[in-house]
Ligand binder design. Structure first.
Ligand code: AMP
Ligand code: MG
Length: 279
């Protein structure tokens, strides 16, 4: 039996060194871009069916759900992943929450307040485009909170995620890992192409100059918050086609684990068929 991608990409126990993960690697994939794209196409039907089953199950009282967390440096492909993977799903069963710098109102609450409010509803696949991990990554890099508070947050995150998984949410946390060179190429493309300039923010270059600090902050967050109930996956993301296939495959594997069932009708099918035909 071939190994599950979840096993190949899960962050191993112990200290994390992002340098040891090749951002151009393609674990679990045989062949290149065109093979990868074909394999992604083949996932569309199974992933859509499992999602519909999850949604259907919630209509008859099921409480299970999926939370897909996407984190990564600027240009790592959070939006592209949403478009290509999540685009395969029925929009009715999908929610997307994007987390920017907290507003003044949000800052008056604990960091998890705005996160909890966007946690998945039963039957839904909820996507976090950035997440509570910003509260230990960008916050650490820019020293936006005291050290002791950041330390408290790792534990608070693990407790929060444990509560979610206990109550039926499967958490799939993907770190979209790109190289610094790929980020330069993608930022340059945003400047070169007039249709991409809207995605560029001059501040992206300031943040880029803090690359080692971000990598270090991610290593700590991935190390401390990759737990048995909510592991982190490092997705090599220099190749977009691999990234899209990998995240979709993880989603499929987790949906398959949940194995939601089509609800049994609470009426007699034959009786209803007879009534319909007589009507
Ligand atoms: P983007 O995803 O490119 O639109 O950028 C959103 C920005 O919001 C990024 O620079 C994030 O680092 C920032 N951000 C998100 N969450 C937080 C947070 N909790 N504290 C500070 N900045 C944040
Ligand atoms: Mg940005």
């Amino acid at each position: 039996m071939t190994k599950r991608l979840s096993d190949l990409l899960r962050v191993p126990a112990g200290p994390v060194s992002l340098d040891s993960f090749d951002a151009r690697a393609t674990p679990g994939m045989r062949g290149g871009k065109s093979a990868g794209r074909k394999r992604l196409e083949k996932l569309a039907d199974p992933v859509a069916e499992l999602q519909e089953r999850l949604y259907a199950e919630s209509r008859v009282g099921g409480t299970r759900s999926i939370l897909l967390v996407l984190q990564g440096m600027d240009t790592s492909g959070k939006s592209g992943t949403i478009k290509h993977c999540v685009g395969l799903l029925d929009p009715q069963g999908v929610g997307i929450a994007a987390f920017k710098a907290p507003t003044a109102a949000e800052r008056r609450h604990d960091f998890l307040w705005r996160i909890e409010r966007k946690s998945p509803q039963p039957g839904m696949v909820q996507i976090f485009d950035r997440s509570h991990y910003e509260d230990v990554v960008v916050v650490k890099v820019h020293a936006l909170a005291a050290k002791a508070e950041i330390t408290r947050r790792y534990r608070a995150i693990n407790d929060f995620e444990h509560r979610l998984t206990d109550s039926g949410t499967r958490i799939v946390k993907c770190f979209l890992h790109i190289s610094k060179k790929t980020q330069r190429d993608r930022l340059k493309a945003r400047l070169d192409d007039p249709t991409k300039r809207w995605k560029f923010n001059p501040n992206d270059i300031d943040e880029r100059s803090l690359w080692p600090d971000y990598q270090r902050a991610y290593e700590i967050a991935l190390g401390r918050c990759s737990t048995a109930h909510a592991p982190w996956y490092v997705i090599p993301s220099d190749r977009k086609w691999y990234r899209n296939w990998a995240v979709t495959t993880l989603l499929l594997e987790h949906l398959s684990d949940l194995d939601p069932e089509w609800p049994q009708p609470d009426f007699d099918v034959e009786e209803q068929r007879a009534r319909l035909l007589a009507s």
